[in-house]
Structures are given as structure tokens and as C-alpha cells.
Design a protein around this ligand. Structure first.
Ligand code: NAP
Length: 283
């Protein structure tokens, strides 16, 4: 068997085209969706991520601001900035790029963002809404995975989804989203015993561990849908957590790295910002 490759990059382009049209319609109604991205410090990877987010928002016609703050910014200063953004009615989405320098308490910052502008979906109120099956901002990477599965016509209901990883960013929320779609969900993590016994039972396997080559064809059963979330740099080359070649021999569908889950993450951020603008204006 040779797997069908799900290119998130192509789907992301298609969705962004749809969003461009939606933003143009909102503009006609006097609504100008606006995202503000805040970055503290000089981390090159974070800088490149935020530039990508800003570029993508501008490409769909949204307003976007990038606030670049110095590495030694105090927690108080950042909280004041967030407060101002919360009160600014022209701002619909606020994203603070993580990680933050050590003098700043990340959880305090996440909780300072108005939940109605929390387009990353990290505020405990939005996490709670996801848990209780309410409409809210879903975290972008998990939401991107859900949309990829749906658009590839992969049914979720009744399927056994095995997730490797239990982070607040990816593992836990993707499990909750798919549980809400009536999947049966198993979470695996670094203390899981006999990982392969679990992965072999998956109808849909989501790998979000950040360990190159963690999963190979040996670890999956014929016909498994494999979603590789991992981003690792090996010998200067970007690679996922899954050995693509061997897994693709057995999987029914598989996502590559790059061009897989990654481009969907920013796309869902744009989706959430448009949603925030519509909510605020009750459209
Ligand atoms: P994280 O916070 O480091 O969490 C990794 C998870 O994997 C943890 O739950 C850990 O278990 C588990 N794990 C690590 N090694 C394992 C092993 N050998 N066997 C089983 N479980 C193992 O990472 P994250 O933020 O969730 O991100 C995961 C990966 O996805 C990273 O490569 C990251 O770069 C990538 N990512 C990609 C995107 C995208 O847009 N494509 C977005 C976000 C993240 P414990 O909890 O027991 O430590």
C-alpha cells in the first residue's frame, strides 16, 4: 500500500483564498479584522514565526501590527501593553509569541489577554469551553489537524485516535477536539509503556513529540492515517517525528514535514482572527 499524502500547504492556500473573500465582504460592512502580534526578545525562530504570521494576515487583507519588545521587557510593562490592546476596539486578535523571557510569567500573560481576543485559544476560559464542547477559539495547530482530516474526508466518529504527546499546545487540545467529534482517544507520552502496542491500534495516529524518527512503518498497522506534527532539524534539514518513507508504505494517508501540518497552523490563526472580528461585531 502507498499512502495518499495530505498536503496541508495546498489546503492552507485554498482556505486562505476563501478567507480573502470573507475579509473583503467584512470590509464592505465596515469591519476591518485586525491581529496584533507581540514578540519579546530576539529569538530568531520566534522572529521568523511572527513575521510569517504577519505576512499571512496581510495576504488575506487583514490589518496586522507587530509589536517588537526588547528582551529585558518587564512583566508589568507587557501586562500594560496587553491591557491597552484589550481595550482597543480596533484590535480583534492578540497573540503573544511564546516562549517569553524568564522574568515574565507566561501563564499570567496568557490569562491577561481578553478571552474574546485570545486567537491562540490558550486562555483557561477558552480551554474550558473546548473541554465542555462550546464554540470558542480552538488552538491553531490542533484545529488545523481537525480541518485537514475533515477536508480529506477522513471520518472521525468512532475511530480510535492515538496521540503521542500531551502538551497544552498540541496533544491535549487535539485529543479534546477529536473526542468532541466522537473519536475514542488514547494519549501516549514519555512515561507510556510499550508505545508500539498503542500505535499499532490506531486508526488515526497523531505524533506530536518533537523526536525525529520516533515512529516508523514498524509501529503502525496497514491503513492507519498518520498525522506528523513534529518539527525537528536534523543535519540542517527540517523533519517530522515520523519516518515518512516506511510509514507511507503502510498508512492510508500521511502528512509530510514540511508542507503538512505547519502551514495549517497560521491559517487557523487567521480563521480565529476573522471569527473574533465577527463575534465582536455580532456578524
Ligand atoms: P512538548 O511540549 O515538548 O511536548 C512533547 C510531548 O511528547 C510530551 O507530552 C512528551 O511527554 C511527549 N514525548 C516526548 N518524547 C516522547 C517519546 N519518546 N515517547 C512518547 N512521548 C514522548 O512539544 P509540543 O509543543 O507539543 O510540540 C510537539 C512537536 O510538534 C514539536 O516538534 C514541535 O516543534 C511541533 N509543533 C509543530 C507545530 C506546527 O505548526 N507544525 C506547532 C506546534 C508544535 P511528557 O509529557 O511525558 O514529557
Amino acid at each position: 500500500m502507498s499512502a495518499e499524502v495530505i498536503y496541508g500547504k495546498d489546503l492552507a492556500q485554498q482556505l486562505r483564498q476563501e478567507m480573502k473573500e470573507e475579509v473583503a465582504q467584512l470590509e464592505e460592512q465596515g469591519i476591518h479584522p485586525k491581529l496584533v502580534v507581540v514578540i519579546v526578545g530576539e529569538d530568531p525562530a520566534s522572529k521568523s514565526y511572527v513575521k510569517g504570521k504577519q505576512r499571512a494576515s496581510e495576504n488575506v487583507g487583514m490589518n496586522s501590527d507587530l509589536l517588537e519588545l526588547p528582551e529585558d521587557t518587564t512583566e508589568e510593562k507587557l501586562l500594560n501593553i496587553i491591557n491597552d490592546l484589550n481595550e482597543d476596539s480596533s484590535v480583534h486578535g492578540i497573540l503573544v509569541q511564546l516562549p517569553l523571557p524568564k522574568q515574565i510569567d507566561e501563564q499570567k500573560v496568557i490569562e491577561a489577554i481578553d478571552p474574546a481576543k485570545d486567537v491562540d485559544g490558550f486562555h483557561p476560559i477558552n480551554v474550558g469551553k473546548l473541554m465542555t464542547g462550546q464554540d470558542t477559539f480552538y488552538p491553531c495547530t490542533p484545529f488545523g489537524i481537525l480541518v485537514m482530516l475533515q477536508r480529506a474526508n477522513i471520518s472521525i466518529e468512532g475511530k480510535h485516535v492515538v496521540i503521542i504527546g500531551r502538551s497544552n499546545l498540541v496533544g491535549k487540545p487535539v485529543g479534546q477536539l477529536l473526542l468532541n467529534e466522537n473519536a475514542t482517544v488514547t494519549y501516549c507520552h514519555s512515561r507510556t509503556k510499550n508505545l508500539r502496542e498503542h500505535t499499532k491500534q490506531a486508526d488515526i495516529l497523531i505524533v506530536a513529540a518533537g523526536k525525529a524518527q520516533l515512529i516508523t512503518g514498524e509501529d503502525i498497522s496497514e491503513g492507519t492515517v498518520v498525522i506528523d506534527v513534529g518539527v525537528n532539524r536534523v543535519d540542517g534539514k527540517l523533519t517530522g517525528d515520523v519516518d515518512f518513507e516506511s510509514a507511507a508504505q503502510k498508512a492510508s494517508h500521511i502528512t509530510p514535514v514540511p508542507k503538512g501540518v505547519g502551514p495549517m497552523t497560521i491559517t487557523m490563526l487567521l480563521h480565529n482572527t476573522i471569527k473574533a472580528a465577527k463575534w465582536i461585531h455580532k456578524k
